[in-house]
Design a protein around this ligand. Structure first.
Ligand SMILES: [Zn+2]
Length: 878
């Protein structure tokens, strides 16, 4: 799931996102009372085989009223009780094999004693009647006085272990069951759940009952219930229903954003050699979703932010395809074959991330796929906190298991494996893995074994360093050329610090040497900390590419001369090598030759990603020539995904009247909304004359989904002009569109920091029901530094409608506010739990000061993640 990685499109880098925000944030929660075996998979007393789940809803009270019948089979002789997970639910009645039964409830558990110890194989039917107001797991999004017209929606989010907040059940991935879901809802509503729709019947009193049946078993975190005022669009794939749902009034956005789904199902079915396994594929887009997307079996839930306005959608090259392909990929990897515990979650998320790129490669071409991988690698290297951790691990106390290792690095590992053993062998292994483990729970060894069985390639060493080991190679590279011997000596050093799980890497690397007589490719086997490879070269090399095309997850410092980088920028065949050249040249300041070459790349490179990176780099280098080249690029009318990057780059170049004038004109009038939004943002950063008026006019004007208004509102913060306060107060108020509110709150937090009235106003937003408004307000308060916000945040911690993910965020912001300006720690880092948890990190006792530092660091990281998540939610913020 989750907040899965960001859009790959454009400059929004892909990230392990689609994780549910919930899981992402779970890290900051004091460790829950885990059953004895966790974080390893639970030992089981019974096998839950089928659940018949009947739900009704009390909308006024946001209450679920349920009756569930579990059919289960005992696994262990002498089992004396059945224990289900259940939190916050009132259990009214339990029957065992239709006879009333005693039960007790404990923290997070429903315990049903069995009269006599049961034998292995004995079957029970247990019916539970219950009701409750779920604090998580199930969410009620309903019209209210501020948003009287919003469509009613109820939706669930099970992963990682939240299903038992609305349904007493076995809430851990290592069991699988079939389901019937029977939903009684207002007659005008639509419902979506797992499996096949068997029928809809009149239930009287203006209600209807929808009956769904899922006959392919999956884990309870993949159960989904969605109900509300939705509209449906139907499609098919090989006769199987493919359906899309939007909240009422937005059905016209379904086809343009989701229409490529059947083509993706076809591609994946063919690649894997295992056809899509479920009886239908539904995608339902819901408001206020706590994640980007969630791969519930046969029925994915996505954020309604993926319903990009039809006028904006064409401005994104890959549209929502990363989200769609990611969640679809999970239908095989995650749903059909499921990680046994969360320590192996990369078997879900790494595959889903890998498959985003597989789709890009098939549909948008190699350059697009290469660009996404190149970005993913850089992003992973930037997330330093993941460096020491292996992909497979069970120490979740210091960070969520749904991290950039499970997503970004996991996806990269699969890509490398495919490259090393070859496409055909790789997919033979994948087919074997899916066929052997279909309907089962898996650990990483199952994947390695399947690949070896199908291909006879031993991948133990590969898995050992990439999956069970940590880090990645960091290379220091140089070469000398001996003209007499016609030989090049390539010196390769691994410079990563070898400690803990990080070692020296053994990797096959392709080295391409281009001389006057053309390119030649050599394979070298890197295995030590320092090696020198003699390679033939007829004449002095014009270009040496180490890992041509970028097929190894690595960082590299290759000591080359400027002319070599310039040659590489122009002549390298693969995107990754040209993009590397852009980065290397970007470090050479005040060099007209470099600027001119980057300008040519911006104009002429065949890959948009390289053109866009050249624009970024010119913006960072600055200077008169760079401005000229960037301004000229705006006349070339490149694609919106490049054009907006050029505009953003111009926003770095201060004190140039021509730029301010150009940005002003783009902001007011351009064929690309994204370029206009980027111009509004850039103007705020440049703080030029008349910017206030331009932003003010943009706020007043209309655009699709208020796209330009929101960009302008967001720009007032960086602009720092206090005149904007009344306008920001107006647009942050309840009743305005949520996107405008979060933009306005964000900017408001940065203005008049000593104005307690503003603090008070922002603090008032933290109690609102809208997840994103709350989040924006909480972070705006934390960043504002006004300690008068602390009581409001502390009060919020006690409120009973708080979804649990939010409490660590709130605690973190309280800690920020309590930290005195002189940098010395206050009496307490917050309220207990957070600090306590970090105190154990690394197995050492930390001083209060160290704890605060760590806390601050983690919060910043989380902030970045949240920002990235927001970015990936389309339409992304410019
Ligand atoms: Zn996912």
């Amino acid at each position: 799931m989750i907040s899965e990685p960001l859009r790959n499109t454009n400059h929004h880098r892909s990230r392990p996102a689609f994780l549910a925000l919930a899981a992402l944030l779970a890290i900051f929660i004091a460790a829950p009372q885990l059953p004895a075996d966790e974080p390893y998979a639970r030992s089981r007393d019974y096998d839950l085989q089928h659940s018949k789940i009947a739900l009704r809803f009390d909308l006024d009270q946001k209450k679920v009223i349920g009756e569930v019948t579990h059919s289960l089979s005992i696994l262990r002789d002498g089992t004396a009780k059945i224990v289900f997970d259940s939190t916050g639910l009132t259990i009214q009645k339990v029957t065992v094999n239709k006879a009333a039964a005693k039960f007790e409830t404990a923290a997070e558990k429903l315990i049903i004693p069995l009269a006599a110890g049961a034998k292995a194989g004995e079957k029970f039917e247990i019916t539970i009647r219950y009701e409750g107001k779920p604090t998580k797991g199930m969410y009620f999004i309903l019209p209210d006085k501020d948003y009287p017209d919003r469509p009613s929606q109820i939706w669930t989010q099970g992963e990682s272990e939240d299903t038992h907040y609305y349904l007493p059940t076995y809430d851990y991935p290592n069991d699988r069951l079939t389901t019937e879901t029977i939903l009684t809802v207002p007659a005008s509503w639509i419902t979506v759940s797992n499996g096949k729709l068997i029928g809809v019947s009149d239930a009287g009193k203006g209600l209807k009952t929808w009956y769904w049946k899922e006959s392919v078993p999956s884990s309870t975190y993949l159960i989904t219930v969605v109900a509300g005022e939705f509209e449906e669009v139907k499609d098919t794939w090989r006769g199987i229903p493919v359906t899309y749902y939007a909240p009422k009034g937005r059905a016209d956005r379904l086809a343009i954003n989701f229409g490529r789904t059947p083509a993706m199902i076809e591609l994946f079915s063919k690649k894997f050699g295992v056809d899509y396994a479920w009886e239908k594929y539904a995608q339902v887009m819901v408001d206020d979703f706590v994640a980007g997307g969630m791969e519930n079996s046969s029925a994915t839930t996505n954020t309604s932010n993926s319903l990009v306005h039809p006028k904006l959608a064409p401005e994104y090259l890959t549209g929502e395809d990363d989200l769609i392909s990611h969640e679809l990929g999970h239908q095989w990897f995650g749903d059909l074959v499921t990680c046994k515990d969360w320590g192996d979650v990369w078997l879900n998320e790494g595959f889903a991330t890998f498959l985003e790129v597989v789709w890009s490669e098939a549909h948008f071409g190699k350059d697009q796929a290469d660009y996404e991988r190149w970005n993913n690698a850089r992003e992973w290297f930037e997330s330093g906190n993941l460096w020491n951790k292996p992909i497979v691990r069970h120490d979740f106390d210091d960070s969520s298991e749904f991290d950039g290792n499970a997503y970004g690095k996991g996806g990269w590992v699969l890509y490398m494996l495919r490259h090393q053993i070859g496409e055909d062998a790789f997919y033979r292994g994948i087919k074997q893995y899916l066929e052997v483990n279909r309907g089962k729970n898996v650990v990483t060894a199952d994947l390695a074994k399947a690949i070896e069985e199908a291909t006879h390639a031993n991948v133990d060493q590969f898995f050992s360093q990439w999956v069970y080991g940590a880090g990645a190679p960091k290379f220091d590279l140089s070469y000398t050329y001996d003209a007499e011997k016609h030989q090049m000596m390539l010196a390769v050093k691994q410079t990563q610090k070898v400690e803990g799980r990080v070692g020296f890497f053994r990797v096959p690397v392709e080295v391409e040497i281009t001389t006057a007589s053309g390119p030649k490719l050599y394979n070298v086997a890197v295995s030590k900390d320092s090696q020198t490879f003699p390679l033939p070269a007829e004449s002095a090399p014009l270009m040496v590419l180490f890992d041509k095309g970028g097929h190894v997850l690595k960082s590299a410092e290759f000591h080359k001369e400027k002319k070599e980088w310039l040659y590489q920028l122009k002549n390298a065949a693969d995107l990754a090598d040209r993009a590397d050249a852009v980065v290397a040249l970007g470090k050479m300041k005040n060099d007209e030759e470099v600027v001119a070459a980057l300008g040519e790349t911006l104009r002429n490179d065949k890959a948009w990603g390289v053109r866009a990176n050249a624009a970024d780099t010119l913006g960072k280098l600055g200077g008169a020539s760079a401005s000229k080249l960037l301004l000229a690029a705006l006349d070339s009318n490149d694609k919106p995904w490049v054009r907006s990057r050029v505009v953003t780059a111009l926003g770095n170049l201060k004190d140039d009247a021509a730029i301010a004038a150009k940005l002003n004109s783009v902001a007011k009038q351009d064929d690309s909304y994204r370029a206009r939004a980027a111009a509004l943002q850039a103007l705020g950063r440049l703080k030029g004359p008349n910017v206030f008026a331009t932003l003010d006019a943009a706020v007043a004007a209309d655009s699709p989904d208020g796209f330009l208004r929101n960009a302008a509102l967001r720009s007032f913060g960086p602009l720092g002009d206090d005149k904007a306060v009344p306008l920001l107060l107006q647009w942050s108020a309840a009743g305005k569109p949520i996107d405008s509110r979060t933009a306005a709150i964000n900017s408001l937090g940065r203005l008049q920091k000593d104005n307690k009235e503003i603090t008070k106003q922002i603090a008032a937003y933290v109690t609102e029901p809208h997840f994103r408004v709350r989040m924006a307000a909480i972070y705006a308060l934390g960043g504002r530094g006004d300690a008068t916000a602390i009581p409001a945040l502390e009060a919020l911690l006690k409120s009973d409608d708080l979804s649990i993910e939010m409490s660590p965020m709130i605690k973190g912001q309280i800690a920020r506010l309590k930290k005195p300006a002189d940098g010395k720690p206050g009496a307490n880092a917050g309220s207990g739990d957070v600090g306590e948890e970090f105190a154990e990190a690394g197995g050492e006792k930390l001083t209060t000061e160290q704890r605060l530092e760590k806390l601050d660091h983690l919060l910043q990281e989380m902030n970045e993640r949240l920002k990235s998540m927001e970015k990936r939610l389309p339409p992304p913020k410019p």
